[in-house]
Design a protein around this ligand. Sequence first.
Ligand code: MSP
Length: 667
Amino acid sequence: MSESFYVTTPIYYVNDVPHIGHAYTTIAADVLARWHRLHGRDVFFLTGLDEHGQKVQRAAARAGIAPREHCDTLAPKFRALWKQLAIANDGFIRTTDARHHAVVKRLLQTLYDRQLIYRADYTGWYCTFDERFWTEKDVQEGRCPDCGRPVEQLSEHNYFFRMSRFQQQLRDHIAGHPAFIRPESRRNEVMGFLQKPLEDLSISRPKSRVSWGIELPFDHDYVTYVWFDALANYLSGLEYLPARPSVDRFWPAAVHLVGKDILTTHAVYWATILMALELPLPRTIFAHGWWTVNGEKMSKSRGNVIDPSAMVAQFGEDAFRYFLLREVPFGQDGDFSRESFVGRINGDLANGLGNLLSRTVTLIGRCRNGVVPRADSASVTALDTELRDAATSLLHTTMPRHLQTDRIKYHRTLEAIWGLVQLGNQYIDKTAPWVLAKDAANVKRLDTVLFHAAETLRFLCFAVAPFMPNTAPAMARQLGLSLDFSQALLQHPIAWGDGPPAATVAKGDSLFPRINVATRSPHGDSMEPSAASSQPASPAPASSKPGGDASSAPASGGNDRRITIGDFQKVRLKVAKIIAAERIPKSEKLLKLQVDLGDEHRQIVAGIGKQYGPEDVLGKTVVVVANLTPAKLMGVESQGMVLAAGADDVISLVTLSDDAPPGTTVK
Ligand code: MSP
């Protein structure tokens, strides 16, 4: 039977709509689940909602509705977001489910029967917000050490779990299992916490104070502490959700993903509860960092809460998933800004992966009628084997290492995948298939090059599939491959060249619409998918600016100086057709173009080479400034300028349909 893999997210409080923090952990868990499914493991991925306790009770009271109704209103919003983010969870637990209640009660009764829960008087400092007691020494000037809110002294009978009994056992476990708490810094923190004597844990709340919870099976005047209830979801979710999973099959969990703020509840409370139940501990608890927004803590009062749903609606789920996991090492805090998000979309996604696919499919379409050729072994060079080796080790060595649950380095994984994307783009630049295509003597070499480009993309489909569940099938479709990424496609290593013979490519929409950052609306919401989005994408990743040469895009934005119509008429704009194009040696960004202006041919040097290759622009109808004083760029004369959109980096050439013949005036 295949190996099992159980991954969980925290269950989220339903006191408000989901935010970026909730999306983050859920996406992270989804990537692991998809990666392990691809490898043929029996995966159970559980997420859900924490619906009891004072926080939810209060949120419902604010909304003027019963807690149950409040939960029922919010739960679909979480489910809808997971759908929007392409989350493929196997289970979705709500702690108000009757069957979860039954499991919690059973666990409480077991501990009570084993005399690991006892009743006692307790006087302590209570923080209503955090729903927990603090001792005298914890409280700082009458305030909660966790949230800073005032605490009140309460005296009441409560039920306590004998957590203190397990202190040494827990310390030994952590010491003996380096993978148990990750990353290392968090493990040290918990070890530090366990230097102080561990107290028993109050696991009850009198109904007079909190009524919204699961009643203790041995005292009807109390409900259980919301954390006992919530943590139990990791077991109850296995017991009753779909028919398939069971505790025997999936416990212990491979990994609990949690935010850094809830590490103690997992690594100490949950771990000791499991010890008391004589159940094995999860193999890893991985604590990730927190997102700030433009350098500030995210909060409702600041009005800067990032709504994942709006991000997806504007930029697409795969781009959002990519950004969150690429931008920040998992485990560290990170900052969200639209600028860095858009930078990644335009750079890594549109100019990187999107381009590689588009140019490869275009070249195979043009040079081989769309059929992916086989390589000719006699014409394989070191460039080709470099690509093959990089793709193979990415998929079968680097990714498995970075995605091991005791490491979880999403950002490094994506960095490595994009290393291959870059290598692929460089490969096309260096091998220049459009030049090979000019001479029939190169037919075998061209086959080999096109095969290697397509094969790199096939490997990339598998690599990106866990991160970008919609992009991978879209890529596969364009490459003429029929692949279902929910299947165990990587159960056995795939080999270079073992794709289907004679796959036929099918050019599709560009994978990632470039986001236009040039024009600011009065509302400051400046980022719209650019008109270039439906154009075939272009080569090589763009990072530097085209510069102030005669061929660069005109600057725009922020310049309000008015000109007269007379000023504008000084610029002679004409329709031109690009009839030849080549790269200028030793320049990444300059292309030498020959253009047809109707009654004359001109040579224009254009700073678009980072975004467009010669094969992309050949035959395009563009707009040029025809009365510009000639200038020399890298020693090559330029007799005009091609118009392109983009304030800094070129985003898109201004192109026209063939209806406008070369030489036509543009006004
Ligand atoms: N209900 C408890 C968890 C019980 S698990 C048995 C809870 N819920 S929560 O909705 O408040 O938080 C859920 C998760 O969101 C936590 O892991 C928390 O770290 C995470 N985040 C909340 N804000 C966050 C950011 N700003 N950034 C990243 N994650 C953040 O706690």
